[in-house]
Design a protein around this ligand. Structure first.
Ligand code: NAD
Ligand code: UGA
Length: 459
């Protein structure tokens, strides 16, 4: 008889677990969905009107399903739901290891392992365990060996179902994915999970592979995306010195259908919780198989990104530093702190590196963001020399320099004619996302430096 998944549980109520399960529950009213997390505060937030994750459209999806077939519970209460579940997703964090073998590169699987132990302790009958977290290739072996410690008669099958959503567009990505990937060994388990996605995803977009290919494909997809950003960012530096315009170059290059236009926006650098972590994981795996050239190739994508962030900070500092290179007494307005627009997430945001570099040189920063809380800014930068501004106008008051670090749409329509008077005379505006209306900025008599654009005529 074909397997049918009627009750599912998901361990981990973060940026992936919460939205993914909310969409599954929304699309499958007949499936009972429980999301559990060790973090009681996060669970309380998921049960409130003030969700812990900001994503356009998420609140509506949650409000349709929560209290019907979607619930968020703490770990203790979650045990019974794991026991009753036909399938359990593991959607916990897999950060870069900070100690032990592979520190600084390998993915830390301790949270995944603890989930596997929890499932082994509580599951009953036959349970499909689904890796939703991003894992190193062959990590399923480690999960399997933990599950093998379960009570006699309790059986498991394991699937890899990595998530490709991007923050800021998570709901759209989940509702209309380019593809859903299911890796596994048993066709009946793959079919049971595919049956859930089939409710709203066309069959041809549901790809099935072996376990190891699924695990590796996820790392490789992120590595390729990050590589495109580092590629165009390397060209941005070349454009600035030659007078070429990176936007024009990207448009021409991207018009080749073999290359395509996406992920060619030059920027202050890529951020987010996954690109660097997943690149480092790929590098570590390559090294551990003795593939040093492969590791070095991908390491360059990381290095270029670090360089771009340093380079951008130094461009901001150059016109206002004193003879000794100090920024003491200089105030810099930072517009945007999130790693991209439409999210409140600051993990690995390029703003952290840029701001820390400016602070280290003695600058005072006035940071504005539409969604990032003052606490998040302070926990990354500390309080010394850091002011969190409630509006862009407040951040700009008395600034010697301005840096746009996140591409929030509202920054694109700032009224520079009105704002120019708030800045110190001679202040330079550095657009790290190329979203400002260059003509409007210049009409206001201000100097604009855009990433990947040589000095402009009246700059
Ligand atoms: P996150 O940190 O937002 O959430 C993880 C949650 O897991 C946390 O709330 C944490 O408290 C909980 N947790 C950890 N160990 C637990 C345990 N033993 N029991 C119960 N709860 C536990 O992480 P995230 O951004 O949702 O990422 C999760 C995974 O998905 C990672 O592997 C990541 O690489 C991958 N991923 C993330 C994104 C993204 O956009 N953030 C996209 C695709 C894939
Ligand atoms: C990325 C991938 O796009 C998702 O497919 C993947 O699931 C996810 O990582 C993950 O595994 O966590 P995300 O990091 O949320 O999603 O956001 P992206 O849109 O990929 O942006 C990543 C960073 O690259 C951001 O800082 C963004 O500003 C930057 N970027 C992106 C550029 O600088 N230029 C571009 O052209 C595109």
């Amino acid at each position: 008889m074909a397997l049918s998944l009627r009750k599912i549980a998901c361990i981990g109520a973060g940026y992936v677990g919460g939205p993914t399960m909310a969409v599954i529950a929304d699309r499958c009213p007949d499936i009972d969905v429980t999301v559990l997390d060790l973090n009681a505060e996060r669970i309380a937030a998921w049960n409130s009107e003030d969700l812990p994750v900001y994503e356009p459209g998420l609140a509506e999806v949650v409000s349709r399903a929560r209290g019907r077939n979607l619930r968020f519970v703490g770990q203790a209460e979650g045990a019974a739901y794991v026991a009753a579940a036909d399938a359990v997703f593991i959607s916990v964090n897999t950060p870069t290891k900070t100690e032990g073998e592979g520190a600084g590169k390998a993915s830390d699987l301790r949270y995944v392992e603890s989930c596997a132990r929890f499932i082994a302790a509580h599951a009953t009958g036959h349970t499909i365990v689904i890796e939703k977290s991003t894992m190193p290739v062959r990590a399923a072996d480690c999960v399997k060996s933990i599950l093998a410690t379960a009570r006699p008669g309790v059986t498991f099958d394991i699937l890899s179902n990595p998530e490709f959503l991007a923050e800021g567009t998570a709901i759209r990505d989940l509702e209309q994915p380019d593809r859903v990937l299911i890796g596994g060994e048993r066709p009946e388990s793959i079919a049971a999970l595919a049956e859930i996605y089939r409710r709203w995803v066309p069959a041809e977009r549901i790809l099935s592979t072996g376990l190891w290919s699924a695990e590796l494909s996820k790392l490789v997809a992120n590595a390729f995306l990050a590589q495109r950003v580092s590629s165009i960012n390397s060209i941005s530096a070349l454009c600035e010195v030659t007078g070429a315009d990176v936007e024009e170059v990207a448009a021409v290059v991207g018009a080749d259908s073999r290359i395509g236009p996406k992920f060619l926006r030059a920027s202050v650098g890529f951020g987010g919780s996954c690109f660097q972590k997943d690149l480092l994981s790929l590098i570590y795996i390559s090294e551990s198989y003795g593939l040093t050239e492969v590791a070095a190739y991908w390491q360059q994508v990381v290095d270029l990104n670090q360089w771009q962030k340093r380079r951008f900070a130094d461009l901001i500092a150059a016109p206002i530093a004193d003879g000794a290179g100090s920024l003491r007494g200089r105030r810099i307005a930072i517009l945007g702190f999130a790693f991209k627009k439409d999210t409140n997430d600051v993990r690995e945001t390029p703003a952290i590196d840029v701001c820390r570099r400016l602070l280290a040189r003695g600058a005072t920063l006035a940071v504005h963001d539409y969604r990032v809380t003052p606490e998040s800014v302070r926990s990354e930068l500390g309080a010394l020399g850091v002011e969190v501004a409630a509006t862009p106008e407040a951040a700009l008051a008395g600034a010697d320099g301005v840096a746009v670090l996140t591409e929030w749409s509202a920054y694109a329509t700032l009224d520079w004619a009105r704002l120019a008077g708030r800045l110190k005379v001679g202040a330079v505006i550095h657009d790290g996302r190329n979203i400002l209306d260059a003509a409007a900025v210049r009409r206001a008599g201000l100097t604009l430096r855009s990433i990947g654009r040589g000095a402009q005529p009246n700059a």
